[in-house]
Design a binder for this molecule. Sequence first.
Ligand code: HEC
Ligand code: HEC
Ligand code: HEC
Ligand code: HEC
Ligand code: HEC
Ligand code: HEC
Ligand code: HEC
Length: 256
Amino acid sequence: MKTKPLTILGALGAILLVINVVSCSTVTRTVNLPPEIPGATFMGSQSCAECHAEKNKHFAGSDHARLKAQGANAENVGCESCHGPASVHIKSGGAARTIINPRQSPETCYQCHLDKRGSFNTAHHHPLQEGKVSCGDCHNPHEGRAVKGGGTSMAAANETCFKCHTAQRGPFVFEHEALREGCTSCHSPHGSVNQRMLTERNQILCLKCHMQTQVAPGKIIIGGHEHTDDLPRGTCWSAGCHEAVHGSQINRSLRF
Ligand code: HEC
Ligand code: HEC
Ligand code: HEC
Ligand code: HEC
Ligand code: HEC
Ligand code: HEC
Ligand code: HEC
């Protein structure tokens, strides 16, 4: 059968039934049913192994495989919770357009992660709806931790970002140690109401780590330097201040 991906995704809108999915960490949340593919039924994750052995191999240890669905009609989610029911795909020997590939659309992820649709619709977001970035660029669906580099080291988590943002990798003569705590200490990776997807729009961003002290009335010290006249001039990373916020080649105070 030939079903255009868009038709398949259109069918998602018609899904009404709601089931409870419980993660192994006993988080309870309400989610919609897995995606629908007209005419297809669920076959179970084992049925994929015959042709996609390498995907099945490490799946058991992945974040999503550890999810258990409740209720008789929610058995065998696994692979098909993201890819949709596979009977037509399997019968056709893997013909094109018989299965959902989330690389082409985030809809299948939004079913369970409803809040992410909102994040990617904020004023400043990664261009996902625009088709330039996909959830899979930053997340592992098939093995290990779903957040790439998550649970290991921050350096590994930042690698995910460096794949596309090479300028922030450095090396810098004067590095900003904040980057060791991860890009996400200052950026919301999905999207934000603030410019540059920043977690805060003003100096609060920096004051989270750099103490502001008032030594005398109206006299403000940050990082050992007097900032009394600087603060009203704009953000900490405005022109003339710490504009080389990711690291500098020439100035310890992170300036260009
Ligand atoms: C009889 C063999 C066979 C079985 C069984 C099978 N597939 Fe496939 N599948 C293929 C072939 C062939 C392709 C196309 C070539 C490729 O991408 O490997 C494919 C492609 C895919 C794609 C990419 C589609 C695209 O448009 O990019 C996905 C996703 C997929 N399969 C998922 C599954 C899942 C999930 C299962 C089990 C529920 C499954 N397949 C079972 C043969 C099979
Ligand atoms: C959490 C959702 C999710 C689950 C569960 C899942 N996949 Fe995928 N799958 C994806 C995403 C996302 C992609 C696209 C990867 C990318 O963007 O690079 C994909 C791509 C694929 C492809 C296309 C080839 C490729 O590498 O891009 C195949 C085949 C596939 N998955 C098979 C499986 C099988 C078999 C299972 C179960 C063992 C499974 N998937 C479980 C989300 C999932
Ligand atoms: C059938 C429902 C379902 C689908 C479909 C689904 N997820 Fe999940 N996902 C969950 C649940 C449940 C959790 C764990 C509980 C939680 O989020 O607190 C989870 C966790 C995650 C996590 C966080 C893991 C961590 O370290 O906390 C990421 C990242 C993630 N999913 C991404 C995706 C992406 C990307 C897709 C689409 C390719 C997807 N999910 C599809 C249900 C789903
Ligand atoms: C540009 C990279 C990037 C893209 C694209 C991306 N994510 Fe994430 N996501 C992250 C990072 C990094 C984290 C870890 C956040 C943290 O540690 O504070 C994360 C965390 C998560 C989590 C767990 C924590 C939370 O915020 O709920 C879920 C669920 C998730 N992402 C789902 C998705 C889905 C679904 C998509 C696609 C619609 C997506 N992500 C696209 C980078 C990305
Ligand atoms: C697959 C490639 C890709 C990955 C991976 C990626 N990004 Fe991006 N990022 C983009 C694209 C494309 C844009 C939009 C650039 C534009 O519009 O000029 C962007 C924009 C941004 C922006 C806003 C830039 C601006 O000019 O407003 C920030 C901040 C950002 N990304 C941070 C991150 C972080 C943090 C990570 C890791 C969690 C990450 N990105 C991972 C591709 C990626
Ligand atoms: C200490 C906070 C902080 C950390 C940590 C941080 N950023 Fe930024 N980032 C900023 C600020 C502030 C801006 C806005 C700069 C501007 O508008 O001039 C920015 C801007 C950006 C931009 C837009 C282009 C540019 O350089 O102005 C990208 C892309 C970006 N950051 C990626 C990253 C990546 C990738 C990481 C992790 C390696 C990271 N950031 C870590 C604060 C931070
Ligand atoms: C996640 C924590 C964190 C955040 C957020 C953060 N910094 Fe830092 N920053 C550090 C650490 C750690 C150092 C190195 C130790 C020190 O000098 O305090 C540092 C050093 C600096 C230095 C060099 C100080 C010197 O004289 O050597 C400047 C300048 C600086 N940060 C500016 C900023 C600005 C501007 C922001 C906001 C955009 C910011 N920082 C946000 C953690 C952070």
